[in-house]
Design a protein. Structure first.
Length: 138
């Protein structure tokens, strides 16, 4: 299976990480934001900027922390992903965090759902089955 290229790719070689934290600010280009908008089904993504910090915790564990700007991010639990190469894509990590920070049901703040507009189904699929059962019992 071929690897799929992420829309917002910023690769950091693990060899670049020492005992001191590695810190980098990244910003998505217009093209990258358009691709991410399509991926996450957004109308637009005007800006995506993050400060990312990588820290080694032993030989096998690397902690990645990202602070997103202008996004309603929330404090997330630590997520663990196995490293399959000697690289970390901090851009894709930020894109995934962006997707987790999006509202589940986005709505305009002034949007209202009127009770009268909700339509109850006229027939339940189980109603049809019940009528069939009554016919057979007769």
């Amino acid at each position: 299976m071929a690897d799929i290229a992420p829309e917002f790719c910023r690769v950091v070689p693990l060899a670049r990480l020492g005992s001191a934290p590695f810190r980098q600010q990244i910003e998505a280009t217009t093209s990258e934001r358009e691709k991410l908008s399509r991926r996450f089904d957004l109308l637009t993504l005007d800006r995506l900027t993050a400060t990312v910090e990588l820290r080694r915790q032993g030989d096998d564990i690397i902690v990645l922390e990202a602070e997103l700007r202008e996004v309603g991010s929330r404090q997330a639990e630590a997520a663990f992903e196995p490293l399959n190469r000697d690289l970390i894509d901090i851009g894709e990590a930020v894109a995934q965090e962006l997707s987790l920070s999006l509202p589940v049901f986005p709505r305009h703040p002034d949007a209202k759902i009127e009770a009268e507009t909700l339509v109850e189904p006229s027939r339940s699929p189980f109603g049809s089955l019940a009528r069939l059962k009554q016919r057979r019992e007769c």
